[in-house]
Design a protein around this ligand. Structure first.
Ligand SMILES: [Zn+2]
Length: 381
């Protein structure tokens, strides 16, 4: 933004002495297009908040954006400022903002409602259930993300984070996705007078699989986790540290799992590998629930005995359910849940974050080494 005459007073107070802030963007669909860009911060509206980004987590979806395989631009030139798992500090608030004050830590939600007046979930503040498909997601889908020194957001989309959780706050978004999904189980339990599920199989020991495992263990479930890594991988230790069983693909085929662990009442699919989603539906026991949380490559094709699978689902009252994104309420619940888990298993959540990469070396944060759960970008203390 050029300086034409005297800048409005409101803009001058936004970030004294600075017209633009550093951000990191891709050209959507172009591998290797990650670059530093400069973005102007416009004046703060009454309901808005200026936030300094402190840390930002990188997950598998972010890596897909980085690789050019996912995302929708936020600007006409095809660019998108990346990043959706953020922790920030409130720097300034608009005149109508009363719930947040400068110095507080916050986590921003990700999905924003569509503009369709007939989309009742978006109108009711639950854009994660958007029916029009015209929603946006900051850092992923049609709206700039949080990998910037500062960002501006409506107070309604900022969830306060207690200071002791500052270093773990980037796990709020994935935890909120898991919490939303796990609430489906409570709904399905109500369909029967006596459903006493006890055994769960989790496919994939990434952050979603591990958080789901922890959620289920805290509720007393017996959990087995299946992953491609070996039994001596750090992921296996993370699974065992919370009392779950690790089953390596080095030793077991996915078809063998029900015989090895006992018929599961719940299968959580957290890999996004389409054949595994089908195996999840085959593996689940009578009256069981399959939760699909991974997003598969839509062009993947393979042979399937559809008749046998359909018969098994019907004759066993089995439920297959997909779940994506989360709402503000899920974020609030996730923050309380993370506090409890950290108190019960100190350091367990923190060990998800293998490396914190400074902004100057941001591309390193998109690398993924075997045995690592995730990397983060460190922007400020
Ligand atoms: Zn909508």
């Amino acid at each position: 933004m050029g300086t034409m005459g005297i800048a409005p007073a409101q803009q001058e107070t936004l970030l004294p002495g600075r017209e633009e802030v550093r951000a990191v963007a891709v050209k959507v669909g172009q591998r290797g297009s990650l670059q530093t860009v400069w973005r102007s911060l416009s004046g703060l509206q009454d309901h808005q908040v200026l936030v300094q980004t402190l840390q930002l987590g990188i997950d598998a979806t972010d890596r897909a954006v980085y690789e050019g395989n996912y995302g929708r631009p936020a600007a006409p030139d095809g660019s998108l400022v990346v990043g959706h798992e953020a922790v920030g500090r409130v720097i300034a608030v608009g005149r109508q903002v009363h719930a947040l004050v400068a110095g507080m830590y916050v986590v921003p939600t990700v999905r924003r409602p569509c503009a369709d007046p007939s989309c009742s979930p978006c109108r009711a503040g639950e854009p994660d259930y958007c029916r029009s498909g015209a929603y946006t997601e900051r850092g992923l889908w049609g709206a700039d993300g949080y990998l910037a020194e500062y960002f501006v957001e409506d107070a309604a989309y900022l969830v306060p984070l207690p200071p002791p959780l500052k270093a773990l706050g980037i796990l709020t978004e994935p935890a909120s996705v898991v919490i939303k999904a796990m609430h489906q189980i409570d709904l399905f339990a109500r369909r029967m007078r006596a459903w006493h599920p006890q055994r769960a199989l989790v496919l994939g020991a990434g952050q979603i699989g591990l958080l789901a495992t922890c959620f289920l263990r805290r509720r007393g479930w017996e959990v087995s986790v299946f992953d491609a890594v070996s039994e001596i991988d750090p992921k296996a230790s993370l699974v065992q540290a919370i009392g779950a069983r690790f089953l390596s693909a080095d030793i077991y085929a996915v078809e063998q799992l029900p015989a090895v662990m006992g018929s599961p009442d719940l299968v959580v699919e957290a890999t996004g590998v389409a054949p595994l989603a089908v195996e999840a539906a085959k593996a689940v026991g009578e009256d069981g629930v399959v939760l699909l949380l991974g997003v598969a490559d839509q062009h993947q094709r393979f042979d399937l005995e559809a008749g046998a699978l359909e018969k098994q689902l019907v004759l066993g009252n089995r439920i297959v359910c997909g779940s994506v994104s989360s709402s503000r309420g899920d974020f609030e619940e996730a923050i309380g849940w993370l506090s409890t888990v950290e108190a019960e298993h100190p350091g367990w959540l923190g060990s998800f974050i293998a490396k914190r990469i400074p902004l100057e070396e941001v591309a390193q944060a998109y690398r993924h080494q075997k045995g690592e759960i995730k990397r983060a970008v460190w922007l400020a203390d």
